[in-house]
Design a protein around this ligand. Sequence first.
Ligand SMILES: Cc1ncc(COP(=O)(O)O)c(C=O)c1O
Length: 395
Amino acid sequence: MSGLFERLRHELKEMQERGVYKQLIHLDSPQDAVVKIDETGAEVVNLCSNNYLGLCNTPEVVAAGRDAYEEFGAGTSSVRFICGTFTLHKKLEQKIASFLGLESALTYVSCWNANTGLTPTFLEDEDALISDELNHASIIDGVRMTKANRKIYKHSDMGELEQALKDTQSARHRFIITDGIFSMEGDICRLPDILELAEKYDAVVAVDDSHATGVLGETGRGTPEHYGLHGKVPVITSTLGKALGGAAGGFTAGPEELTDYLTQRSRPMLFSNALPPATTAHSLAAIEYLERHPERVQKLRDNTAYFREELLEAGFKPVEGDTPIVPIIIGETAEAIRMSRMLLDEGVFVIGFGYPVVPHGTARIRCQISAAHETEHLDAVLDAMKKVGDKLGIV
Ligand SMILES: Cc1ncc(COP(=O)(O)O)c(C=O)c1O
């Protein structure tokens, strides 16, 4: 057998021995506040889904997907520009644009594709691309693929961002890209400062709002709404795979000339199929549901505040913030994975994240709160966390 596969087997064994091997856990129920674990049959409180608004399993949302199967069949069987664009895609894209207060939107099968299909498409050698060091992996890959002068600034360090802008004044275009909510820390980007610097140094800003869409702002319109800047960020990318139904899909929203250009040239757009009809329809239904039910966003905020307060009360030290991403730093990857296994035994499903998802020595348990949780779910989680935290000497 090829030495390649032998090497892979050896490395996998090593991961298992070091306790850093990621064991996939199979769910035998829909995403919700409580899920059923296939391996054990246990029903456990789900604390690691991006189902922030609980829409994955909301009947109106699911029904819209089912209706689309009936009307449009299983799939597009083509990329968008050949014959893979349905009326449903147009409706969803118009809805996304109006929801975000932007001119237009273009959907992809994932936000991964939206991000990797963004800057490589229109930035060239004479341009500059400036990115926060803690941006999501899909942005990082997009940056790697972009032929421009690339600058990475220290996380949310506005001094370094300004320096990067000064250093690139001779570039044809300067483009800044940042997460809205940073996925591993749960903190929010310093959007007002970023926009001010962009204005001063003539740069375009793009925000990946994957963890903030449906989450931040009074009505869930994301990081711009949170800061009173709704419609003021030129380019937004985001996912449909978290708060907005949670299946899959992503988009880039912004000026018409941007989305039109991406339609002409963006490689994931040109060479990969469109969103399936059911996913397109239920994503549209999810946004419409959110527009009718802004109280879901309030419930998410209330749950988050309750959980964070109680966690502090119990002696844990979560990374500070007020978003539903609540990380507790443990240190070593094997320890974080061990803690998550112990919590699973206590009826709480929460994942331990370690290297290479986060830097060495900063492995963590990342709790994620949802509007689907009731206080009793959060209380059960807190009890289990106290018990396991005690055993591990964390609290
Ligand atoms: C900030 C951010 N951007 C992009 C993505 C990718 O989204 P998708 O699952 O739609 O590819 C994620 C998913 O984890 C994310 O957290």
